[in-house]
Design a protein around this ligand. Structure first.
Ligand code: PLP
Length: 339
């Protein structure tokens, strides 16, 4: 029985669901983990997650297919990225099987919160690892919690597949050899002010340039950037301080193997936007958000249109969402069925 939720008008907000998964690490190992109704954590005031940002997280979605079954999209990739984030912050890693099994348990236990097919809604899963336990010095924590909660969501940027405008930030999101490639909270805490400043000026979010030279696009808020060149190549920035987006790598594959485009991970210079006929932001939450225009200082550059979606962007969107919702054949191992 589906919950009494206005599925078609979901935003990207927290709705408390019935169950969440929680597992504890102590004395060198993770326990089996359990589902709980309690959505409040009780942790030591000395937890390293609270003081030193020793924590990381993930984001993935469960999609309701036309036949009522439920798909997870490439959860092994989220598991692997979380392992890399944990290693970067000296936290114990979660084995891939444990991660996927926990995702399945959370989705199954909250099945009534998976939005019906055709509403555009999905069930967003938020896995996280935090350092906990009594501590005060700058050390790795003595204990850890791995948990996954979920919440039904709609579009992240208002309007869904509607172009949005972005503004280049004066702030850096990450340092050249810092933690930009890890999905750690500190990267997001420092993005709150630039994000707010962008929104105050009526932009959807901030665009971050490469922190070493400030000449190349790196990230679009909490999403990766891609563009289509005037000669029809798919390009997305390559840099060690970008979060390696699972959506972005999926689009690289689909652009090449389904759309027949040449693809490239390379440099996208902020002063050469004229080379591109379309641009977009991509990520689990953003899905594909077409970029209408980019404000860079006094210059406002419009790509395809501020109101219309470009044809290649639309094709990529249809291909990606078709696979996620089970309407199009998925490349091997991209879809994990929950039921
Ligand atoms: C900073 C940042 N970049 C890119 C992405 C997109 O990554 P993915 O496609 O794996 O969701 C996210 C969201 O996870 C993000 O937070």
């Amino acid at each position: 029985m589906a919950k009494d939720i206005d599925w078609a008008n979901l935003g990207f907000g927290y709705i408390k669901t019935d169950k969440r998964y929680i597992s504890h690490w102590k004395d060198g190992e993770w326990d089996k983990g359990t589902l709980t109704e309690d959505n409040v954590l009780h942790i030591s005031e000395g937890s390293t997650a609270l003081h030193y940002g020793q924590q990381c997280f993930e984001g993935l979605k469960a999609y309701r297919a036309k036949d009522g079954s439920i798909n997870l999209f490439r959860p092994d990739q989220n598991a692997q990225r979380m392992q890399r984030s944990c290693e970067r912050l000296l936290m114990p890693t979660i084995p891939t099987e444990k991660f996927i099994e926990a995702c399945r348990q959370v989705v199954s236990a909250n099945e009534e919160f998976v939005p019906p097919y055709g509403t555009g809604g999905t069930l967003y899963l938020r896995p996280f690892v935090i350092g906990v336990g009594d501590n005060v010095g700058v050390h790795a924590a003595p204990e850890y919690i791995f948990s996954i909660f979920c919440t039904p969501v709609g579009a992240y940027f208002k309007g869904g597949l509607q172009p949005a405008n972005f503004i280049v930030s004066d702030y850096d999101r990450a340092a050249p050899k810092g933690t930009g490639a890890a999905k750690v909270g500190g990267n997001y805490a420092s993005s709150l002010l630039p994000g707010k400043e962008a929104q105050k000026r009526n932009f959807a979010d901030a665009i971050y340039l490469d922190p070493a030279t400030h000449t190349k696009i790196e990230e679009v808020g909490a999403a990766n950037f891609f563009a289509i060149t005037k000669d029809n190549r798919f390009i997305t920035p390559f840099s060690p301080s970008i979060l390696p987006s699972i959506t972005k790598y999926s689009l690289l594959y689909l652009a090449e193997h389904r759309l027949g485009l040449e693809v490239e991970e390379g440099d996208v210079y902020i002063d050469q936007l004229n080379d591109y006929k379309e641009a977009g932001a991509c990520g689990t939450a953003a899905v594909i958000t077409p970029i209408g225009g980019i404000q860079n200082g006094d210059d406002f550059h419009v790509f395809h249109s501020e109101t219309e979606v470009g044809p290649v962007t639309r094709q990529l969107y249809d291909e990606l969402c078709g696979i996620q919702f089970g309407d199009k054949e998925a490349p091997e191992d991209w879809i994990v069925k929950v039921k």
